[in-house]
Design a protein around this ligand. Structure first.
Ligand code: BGC
Length: 750
């Protein structure tokens, strides 16, 4: 009996219950629960178990669960056997870094954890492959468990509103439907392993600029149509167990204390049954936060205190420690928080502990990370995400009969830029650089040379001098001139594209445009490869560039995936999950970014991405949904059934896709809905379905997609519901938002 009491005291002291209270409880502790207590019975319905466990908890024990016990752990309760929820950062793998999230395996401690680095969310999105993303989620779930953790802080489903957000690479691009489907797939994969995902950041977290203080002014329709759907789908389709609230304010209120966002929208409107976790250091009050439905404040305990004491943490605007037991108890006693509200908060955490099986089976570092299967998946994912944007004269795939030497050039050629910066950056055991990938694939029959061309601006100041730049540029031009083809890998890296800051300019970092021009001049057979998360300005070189490939941040297998595409082992099948504007000024949100006096107006409303470019006829550099292949596809036989629908009747859309070329390939077919009769302003088309098919040469397959009533609806702030106006809609099926190949009407009757 002694041991549990000692443990209990330790836990209480650790979680800041005033020493006096802890001593009183130690002298007169509540009894242990009997072995046959209903909450311990895994066969009983979860709700019964939650109710039983809550009924056995003291108020002090309940409030102790509202704040973390450490940097990445929730508070356990030894008396009742409630385990801590042990978290790890995601979403592109299991983050391993100095700090408690790296010390995940007692046997390994303090060895850093090295896990599989999957491609960035934006690259996963470019695959448009929900099955792939679900497999990624599952693999990540397995790695989380292998490290003895229970929860992965991902997926990120915030919308790419402006091409400068430092974290755009983490998310799934600009479209709410695509983001929804991929977010749900990730969640399903993670949860299939009984690991808790955290869909983040709720909500409207679309810039890093002053991320703790910025106030997003947004109208209800835009919120519902653009920024909330991925969260709604996570709840309603993915049955997600956890949501992370965002740092920013929305319409004057911090997300962690937004009654509107958390209680009204997430919990009541969407029907969310899991728990809400705060983003790290995003709470600013006690009663308003608890009452708004923010269930677990993170981080907590001594690591939180040490972190908050740092001037830089405070200067950034982080705030925390509001849900520690003494503060919550004081507000309960003062009548500012009801016990019913606490029961709801705690009940949600307990529900997920039961649902995930964590109560019965805490994860105990069983299993392996970075297995050959996980590596293979990372490679498939990186390959599927690559988008071929330009291929004049069929320069790609490289023809081994003609190309006997390749110069691989650029600041991102000989170093693996696996992801953007911040909490999502995973440390893998190995990472294949573009140069290594090409060298390996080229084998002994092709000579591969390399040159830096230009240093990544700011990475090594010694390389940034005018003299060094000139020298590197000359070497690159020389290498290119002596090769049959040149591959220039340009882009950014984790220090100029990442969490905590926005990208300064849409232009490539200093010297890279000049490098492309110089290499192209030296060798007309030049392939430019983009290795970034965000679109970049290409106007200085795109006209004369024969071939352009976007590899995004491809994770640890990015280099091998690139080689597989360049040599034609795989035909590219990625399509852009984000429009690429010609100039930043063309971007609909550019005028309203980053805001003034800490307020940013989302004045462009629902006109985000292609909704803007296509409706307002602004030509992007490359449109949403665009991507070339080494083969061509013919679309035919569009069928919409039934042609007239009422109520909740679904619409089945099918078409045939045929591979017209001589190579196997995959095509991503997109279904847009056009509302030509609306009383209100609507975008010219909106993505409401997609399908990816793999086709052998000459093969034809049928692609089927289903539309429900929501696909025809807009959000009405007046009635606070989705409204589908009866009338004729047009189903548009295409290979990008600007390449509509087939059209058919569908009639919506009441
Ligand atoms: C990020 C979250 C992350 C958390 C924990 C925050 O700064 O915004 O995405 O999960 O830190 O590392």
């Amino acid at each position: 009996m002694r041991q549990p009491f000692v443990l209990l005291i330790a836990i209480l002291l650790f979680t800041f219950i005033p020493i006096g209270t802890a001593l009183v409880r130690a002298q007169n502790p509540p009894a242990l629960a009997p072995a046959d207590a209903p909450y311990k019975n895994a066969k009983l319905p979860v709700e019964n178990r939650v109710a039983d466990l809550l009924s056995r908890m003291t108020l002090e024990e309940k409030v102790t669960m509202l704040s973390g016990s450490g940097w990445m752990e929730s508070a356990p309760n030894a008396r009742l056997g409630i385990p801590a929820i042990k978290m790890a950062d995601g979403p592109m793998g299991v983050r391993s870094w100095a700090g408690s999230s790296a010390v995940t395996n007692a046997a390994n401690n303090p060895v850093k954890v090295l896990t599989t680095s999957f491609p960035a969310g934006i690259a996963m999105a470019a695959s448009w492959d929900t099955d792939l993303v679900q497999r990624e989620g599952k693999a990540i779930g397995q790695e989380v468990k292998a490290l003895g953790r229970d929860m992965i802080l991902g997926p990120t489903v915030n919308i790419n509103r402006v091409p400068l957000w430092g974290r755009n690479f983490e998310g799934y691009g600009e479209d709410p439907y695509l983001s929804s489907q991929l977010g749900v797939a990730y969640i399903r994969g993670v949860q299939s392993e009984n690991v808790i995902p955290s869909v983040k950041h709720f909500a409207v977290n679309n810039e890093e600029f002053e991320r703790h203080r910025i106030d997003v002014k947004i109208d209800e329709r835009t919120l519902h149509e653009i920024y909330l759907p991925a969260f709604r789908a996570a709840v309603q389709q993915g049955d997600v167990w956890n949501v992370m609230s965002a740092y920013n304010k929305v319409n004057g209120v911090h997300c962690a204390e937004s009654e509107y966002l958390l209680n009204d929208v997430l919990k009541k409107e969407f029907g969310f049954k899991g728990f809400v976790i705060s983003d790290w250091g995003s709470t600013y009050s006690t009663a308003p936060t608890v009452n708004a439905g923010m269930d677990l404040e993170m981080p907590g305990g001594p690591p939180m205190q040490a972190w908050l004491a740092r001037p830089a943490t405070q200067a950034a605007g982080n705030s925390d420690g509001w849900l520690v037991p003494e503060k919550v108890l004081a507000d309960v006693r003062a009548g500012k928080i009801s016990e019913t509200s606490i029961d709801d908060n705690v009940g949600r955490i307990l529900r997920v502990i039961f649902l995930s099986g964590l109560f019965e089976l805490p994860h105990t570092a069983l299993g392996e990370v970075d297995t050959p299967a996980q590596q293979a998946l990372a490679r498939t994912a990186a390959t599927e995400g690559i988008v071929l944007l330009k291929n004049t004269g069929a320069l790609l795939p490289l023809d081994p009969a003609k190309v006997k030497s390749i110069a691989v050039i650029g600041p991102n050629a000989a170093v693996a830029r696996t992801g953007g910066g911040g909490s999502s950056l995973v440390r893998p055991k190995y990472a294949v650089t573009p140069l290594e990938g090409i060298q390996k694939r080229a084998g002994s029959g092709i000579r591969v040379t390399s040159a830096l061309g230009v240093g990544m601006d700011g990475e090594d100041p010694a390389k940034d001098t005018a003299e060094e730049r000139l020298k590197a540029l000359r070497e690159a031009a020389d290498a290119a001139s002596k090769a049959d083809a040149a591959v220039v890998v340009v882009g950014r890296y984790f220090k100029n594209e990442g969490e905590g800051f926005d990208v300064k300019t849409m232009d490539l970092p200093a010297g890279q445009d000049e490098l492309i021009a110089a290499v192209e001049k030296a060798n007309p057979q030049t392939i430019v490869v983009l290795n970034t998360g965000n679109p970049v300005t290409m106007t200085k070189w795109i006209e004369s560039t024969p071939a352009l490939v976007d590899m995004w941040y491809g994770g640890q297998e990015g280099g091998s995936a690139l080689a597989s595409i360049l040599f034609g082992d795989t035909s590219p099948s990625g399509k852009l999950p984000v429009s690429m504007p010609k100039r930043l000024e063309d971007s609909p949100a550019a005028k309203n970014y980053p805001g003034q006096d800490l307020v940013v107006h989302y004045a462009e409303g629902i006109y985000v991405g292609y909704r803007y470019y296509d409706t307002k006829n602004v030509e992007p550099q490359f449109p949403f949904g665009f991507g070339l292949s080494y083969t061509t596809f013919e679309y035919s036989t569009l069928k919409v059934n039934p042609g007239s629908v009422s109520g909740d009747q679904p619409v089945e859309v099918s078409l045939q896709v045929r591979n017209m070329g001589k190579r196997a390939g995959a095509e991503v077919v997109q279904l847009y809905v056009h509302d030509g009769h609306s009383k209100i302003d609507r975008p010219t088309r909106e993505l409401k379905g997609f399908g990816r098919v793999e086709l052998k040469p000459g093969e034809t397959k049928t692609v089927q997609m289903k539309l429900d009533r929501a696909a025809f609806s807009y959000w009405s702030p007046e009635s606070k519901t989705w409204v589908a106006e009866p009338g004729t809609f047009e189903i548009q099926v295409g290979a990008s938002s600007r390449d509509i190949r087939l059209r058919a009407p569908v009639e919506l009757v009441r």
